[in-house]
Design a protein around this ligand. Structure first.
Ligand code: PGA
Length: 256
């Protein structure tokens, strides 16, 4: 097992939830719980909560991430936020290519690749999301879909930079649906992602990359998922909105 070669990270994805007072309350509740964790702890919050989150987590083990970033440095891109705008306020991570962005906002592997490179260039750590649709799994092309996403999303990303990148395997059929991939299914695809990285880069690089599972991970199923040899923590939607639930996941990944 090569788990000691990389960090397990539990990252919350708040999506479009929490007003500023609600964000403050959740972070304050989370701080003492997160302090116990030995895994990486990240909360990815809406743009309007980033400054609050950075401020409140100063001096703690909680890192802050955004949920998207644009690939250009500046210009006429109404509604977008640049990587430099994120780093200047102390944001360290950013989710890129979440399936909700691919599904509802026209995100493609090409734009995921551009955003990933722009984030890395600015010093942000990208959490790049990949995952198959239910139909693709039923047609038995999961590995083809994942290999294509990994190749395109990481095109032209150097070995040094890919080590700073987190990959989140999120089967689209498991997100927000209450349907979790079984531990065996999660392990199978995470191991496949690592093998793909080993082919594209090297075994040393592949062993160093954090590969999370995401999709209805919750206090009841987290321990089994994160105990898998190639599952290095998780990207968590619903269960990141309650401090106690998130705490159970942190504990599982710290022990896993
Ligand atoms: P979920 O979301 O945990 O609510 O399924 C995961 C995600 O979308 O990252």
């Amino acid at each position: 097992m090569n788990k000691e070669l990389r960090q397990a990270i539990i990252a919350g994805n708040w999506k479009m939830n929490k007003t500023r007072p609600e964000a403050r309350a959740l972070i304050e509740e989370l701080k003492p719980i997160a302090a116990e964790a030995t895994c990486g702890v990240v909360i990815c919050v809406p743009f309007t909560n980033l400054e609050t989150a950075v401020e409140l987590t100063k001096g703690t083990n909680i890192k802050v991430g955004a949920e998207n970033v644009h690939f250009e440095e500046k210009g006429a891109f109404t509604g977008e936020i640049s990587a430099a705008m994120l780093t200047e306020i102390g944001v360290e991570y950013v989710i890129i290519g979440h399936s909700e962005r691919r599904q509802y906002f026209g995100e493609t592997d090409e734009t995921v690749n551009k955003r990933t490179k722009a984030a890395l260039k600015a010093g942000l750590k990208p959490i790049v999301c990949v995952g198959e649709l239910l139909w693709e799994r039923e047609c038995n092309i999961t590995e083809e879909v994942i290999a294509r996403q990994i190749k395109l999303d990481l095109y032209d990303v150097s070995a040094e930079d890919v080590k700073k990148t987190v990959i989140a395997y999120e089967p689209v059929w498991a997100i927000g649906t209450g349907k979790t991939a079984s531990a065996a299914q999660a392990q199978e695809v995470c191991a496949f992602i690592r093998a793909t990285l080993a082919k594209l880069y090297s075994k040393e690089v592949a062993d160093a990359v954090t590969i999370q599972y995401g999709g209805s991970m919750n206090p009841g199923n987290a321990a089994e998922l994160v105990a898998q040899p190639d599952v290095d923590g998780g990207l968590i939607g619903g269960a990141s909105l309650k401090a106690a639930d998130f705490g159970v996941l942190l504990k599982a990944a710290s022990e896993g």
